[in-house]
Design a protein around this ligand. Structure first.
Ligand SMILES: [Zn+2]
Length: 345
């Protein structure tokens, strides 16, 4: 995908494009940041920008952007499409195999290939995805190449856990830090892929900054999760009677009854939606700019809930939801967590 169509990460994309334009791109880079935010995608965009046969930005970006990158790929020429499909001879992608690790033999092979001039393209790009999966011996095998890279090659190490790389590897690669995407950016990306505004907003609010997670999700699930979360908050606001509150826990447990793991992930989706509503409520209570809301499409419900959950109670509720998500990650049963949470709201 051309730089101009990448969702979010504008400073990083602008920096890469400028470096290409000035021929000052470092020969090895670390793309660090949370999973699912688009690091590998940007690495692919970089490979396209370096090898596009027709590097002339089209006037119509997928999503309007205030800044146009200095250099960009066309996204449609033979080189761009082959890179996108993973079959360009000069763009090599290394990723963990079935064992979950990247072995020294895999590294030796790409290092050997990187020593030759590119076959077709202008620059050979080696993308090492999940680079933290490189076994230490493989990292050591890479060191010399990172130190004295072949002149026509660029190495990009993509990782959500940069600290798992050897210090010797880290010190040789400038690091670009990718941040979680904002709910607005994720919603924009989903709308561009054909989702309705309401569905996109609900999914984006619960995706925790990860477009990957948002794309994996079914929009209907998220719309329903947000409705349930709002219902549980409203019920807890309406009564202090513990028995009636526990009734609300049943809503949180909707669509469970399968395996422990799938139940926990289902309830986590409900809780993330609830956390997102509570975050919006805090913004409204603080009279912050409504443009920052993650769920602007359910504003009337947010306004009603704000009457109860502003101030300390909102903070307590948000903390409790957070603790509940952590408890689920630690394998506490869904019913225990749901019953506890509704009493804390
Ligand atoms: Zn192209």
């Amino acid at each position: 995908m051309p730089f101009r169509d990448v969702i979010g990460h504008r400073p990083i994309v602008a920096l890469l494009a400028r470096s290409i334009a000035r021929d000052s791109l470092p020969p090895s880079l670390i793309f660090a940041g949370p999973a699912g935010v688009g690091k590998r995608l940007v690495a692919t965009s970089l490979a396209q920008a370096l090898n596009c046969l027709n590097p002339d930005p089209s006037p119509q970006p997928l999503v309007p952007s205030p800044q146009r990158p200095d250099v960009d790929s066309c996204g449609t020429c033979a080189a761009c499409t082959r890179i996108a499909r993973g079959v360009h001879p000069d763009v090599l992608v290394l990723e963990p195999g079935d064992t979950g690790s990247i072995k020294i033999e895999q590294v030796r092979e790409v290092v050997d290939r990187a020593a030759y001039r590119p076959f077709e393209g202008r620059r050979r790009v080696v993308v090492i995805d999940e680079a933290d999966a490189l076994v230490p011996a493989a990292q050591n095998a890479l060191l010399k190449t990172l130190e004295e890279p072949p002149s026509m090659s660029v190495f990009v190490l993509v990782t959500a856990r940069p600290d798992a790389l050897l210090p010797t590897v880290r010190s040789r690669c400038p690091r670009l830090n990718f941040r979680p995407l904002s709910p607005d950016e994720i919603a924009l990306a989903l709308v561009a892929r054909g989702q309705t505004e309401t569905a996109a907003r609900a999914v984006a609010a619960a995706a925790d900054g990860s477009l990957g997670r948002a794309l994996d999700a079914s929009a209907d699930d998220f719309v329903q999760a947000r409705e349930l979360a709002g219902l549980v908050l409203a019920r807890a606001a309406s009564t202090t009677d513990p028995r009636r509150r526990i009734e609300g826990a049943k809503d949180l447990l909707a669509n469970t009854g399968g395996s422990g793991a799938s139940d926990r992930s289902q309830v986590t989706v409900h809780l993330r939606a609830m956390a997102s509503l509570l975050r919006d409520i805090a913004l409204l209570a603080a009279r912050a700019d409504a443009g920052r809301l993650a769920n602007p499409d359910v504003r009337p419900a947010l306004d009603r809930l704000t009457q109860t959950y502003q101030g300390d109670r909102g903070i307590r509720a948000f903390t409790a939801v957070d603790q509940a998500i952590v408890a689920l990650e630690r394998n506490v049963g869904v019913k225990t967590v749901a019953d506890w949470l509704v009493l804390e709201l």
